[in-house]
Write a protein that binds this ligand. Structure first.
Ligand code: 13P
Length: 250
């Protein structure tokens, strides 16, 4: 019922030449027979280029952030409409790097979620606990609270056109991966939270796992019943690694 999703989050990496080379390699190794959803999320100045390089491919384009405002006197901000105009269909919202390093609050995350949907973009809402929270037994409380902050504002119906990504902060860029059992527990808990409000939407909602996903651990993670694919950081910058992860999902 749920189609697996593989999303690359390139973070603040790449330039015109490296992006062109990466996407050429990915397109060369990509199989049309893989029946999952694929996308890559690049930095603002390259979104238009990425869209053009991925034209007529099965790989969609996403951004990594957007403004909580619609338009106007907000120097330096980038709106959802601008992203859609640049060819984006998806946008990552509330990544832990934005929450921790740029002080993004739950209210801002909720506003961005709304702005994304208004612009016709599918938000990929990230939630995840720190190592300290996990050690204190607060994992499920933490992610459910992050989800609640958005669901309260947007309403459960908004999750018809959204994805969740569970990204334990301690697993991001560290080489430490949540075990499939650890991830499955959190994914099931998130789905259950939505199911209380709307079982059908919960059953359809893609919940991706992110945090040191690699070719070597992707298949095992994706085999869990509530893990519907991955949000891939470092490994999405390597064409062969990314392709192997796509193959594992496809
Ligand atoms: P890594 O795959 O590099 O751990 O990053 C995960 C992530 O933050 C994806 O959004």
């Amino acid at each position: 019922m749920r189609v697996p999703v593989v999303a690359g989050n390139w973070k603040m990496n790449g330039n015109r030449a490296s992006i062109q080379a990466l996407l050429e390699s990915i397109r060369a190794g990509f199989s049309r027979e893989w029946e999952s959803r694929f996308l890559v999320c690049g930095s603002f100045p390259y979104l238009d280029l990425i869209s053009r390089l991925l034209q007529d491919s099965a790989i969609a384009v996403g951004a990594q952030n957007l403004s909580e405002f619609r338009a106007g006197a907000y120097t330096g901000e980038v709106s959802g409409e601008m992203l859609a105009d640049a060819g984006c269909r998806y946008v990552i919202i509330g990544h832990s790097e934005r929450r921790a390093l740029f002080g993004e609050t739950s209210q801002q995350v909720a506003a961005k979620f709304l702005r994304a949907q208004e612009a016709g973009l599918t938000p990929i809402l990230c939630v995840g606990e720190t190592l300290e929270q996990r050690q204190q037994g607060l994992t499920l409380d933490t992610v459910r609270e992050q989800l609640r902050a958005v669901a309260d504002v947007a309403g459960v119906d908004a999750f018809r056109h959204a994805m969740l990504a569970y990204e334990p902060v301690w697993a991001i860029g560290t080489g430490l991966t949540a075990t499939p059992e650890q991830a499955q527990e959190v994914h099931a808990s998130l789905r259950e939270r939505i199911a209380v409000l709307h079982p059908e939407i919960a059953a359809r909602l893609p919940i991706l796992y992110g945090g040191s996903v690699k070719a070597s651990n992707a298949a095992e993670l994706f085999a869990s019943p509530d893990i519907d694919g991955g949000l891939i950081g470092g490994a999405s910058l390597d064409a062969q690694e990314f392709l192997a992860i796509c193959r594992a999902a496809g």
